[in-house]
Design a protein around this ligand. Structure first.
Ligand code: GUN
Length: 294
């Protein structure tokens, strides 16, 4: 193996500690703890594990865990009522509806009820629009975490060729926009792309977010490239990503492991977004109070 492994686990710990220190400072100055409301609908085992990890790290960072679990047979109206209640609750800094939701629930309608400033997942039309326009807003956690990891390992994005494989709303699309914002030259490839290997070969930075185990083989990687593996798939009793790790690790310059690469960074950025949301809400509150003082 020649690639440098990009250790998302240790960077996520560092980011978590920074968030914890900021939360402690907030509470020391009499401000309320940030509150993260995770909403899990149904009993998808993978989603249960993801949400459990998010909640655990939220508590470790000193935030309030305001979790809600709705049964799989909940009605659309009951789910909407919960989101509306969380939207109006000042203790809730951020709302995360874990995706996917059961088939008969309309996720779009639920997301549309989340106020943009509490949308710490960056999934609402408002935050997606802000990103598309290059304006400040909450950015989706996985691409934001990848950017933080690239920065930590001093990967030069300016003028670099980046290929993003995958065009999902959670990862591919926002990743491409964030890389573009950092002056990379970005290509988005997907399931219908012809000559995928050839296109990937052009990448200084290759982001594998196709959701297909092992789709990125050694033939798709330019020697020395930075390869980020967003995939996570169960394969017997082990986990694997979208990248053929053993083969690609002999060619890439830098590579994220699965697990321990992108996954922990997603949660770390969720904590950052929740903290930012709480800080903004406190600023608004203070300004409103001050504006009433003659
Ligand atoms: N499902 C898988 N990843 C995510 C994520 O980042 N946010 C939400 N809301 N659901 C997910």
């Amino acid at each position: 193996m020649s690639a440098i492994l990009m250790d998302g686990r240790s960077l996520a710990k560092k980011v978590g500690a920074e968030v914890k220190a900021a939360v402690a400072e907030m509470t020391a100055t009499g401000q309320a703890k940030p509150g993260l409301a995770t909403v899990l609908i149904g009993d998808d085992p993978a989603s249960e594990i993801y949400v459990r990890n998010k909640r655990r790290l939220c508590v470790e960072a000193g935030m309030q865990d305001l979790h809600h679990h709705l049964p799989g047979n909940v009605t659309q109206q009951q789910a909407i009522d919960l989101i509306d209640e969380l939207a109006a609750n000042p203790s809730v800094s951020g709302i995360l509806v874990q995706l996917p939701v059961p088939g008969k629930i309309n996720a779009e309608e639920l997301l549309s009820r989340i106020p943009a400033d509490k949308d710490i997942d960056g999934l609402t039309v408002a935050n997606a629009g802000l990103l598309a326009q290059g304006l400040p807003g909450h950015r989706p956690c996985t691409p934001a975490g990848i950017l933080r990891l690239l920065d930590e390992y001093k990967v030069d994005l300016e003028g670099a060729t980046a290929v993003v494989v995958g065009r999902s709303r959670l990862v591919g699309k926002p990743m491409a926009q964030l890389l573009l914002e950092r002056n990379a030259t970005v290509t988005v490839a997907h399931s219908r792309t012809r000559d995928l290997d050839q296109i990937c070969q052009s990448a200084d930075i290759l982001i594998a977010a196709a959701g297909v185990p092992g789709i990125i083989t050694a033939d798709a990687v330019r020697p020395g490239a930075t390869v980020i593996d967003v995939g996570i798939h169960r394969d017997g009793d082990r986990l694997r990503g979208d990248v053929d790790f053993d083969a690609v690790s002999t060619i890439a310059g830098r590579l994220t492991p699965v697990p321990g690469g992108v996954g922990p960074m997603t949660i770390a950025m969720l904590l950052v977004n929740t903290l930012t949301a709480a800080q903004k809400a406190n600023d608004v509150k203070e300004n409103n109070v001050n504006s009433r003082i003659p």
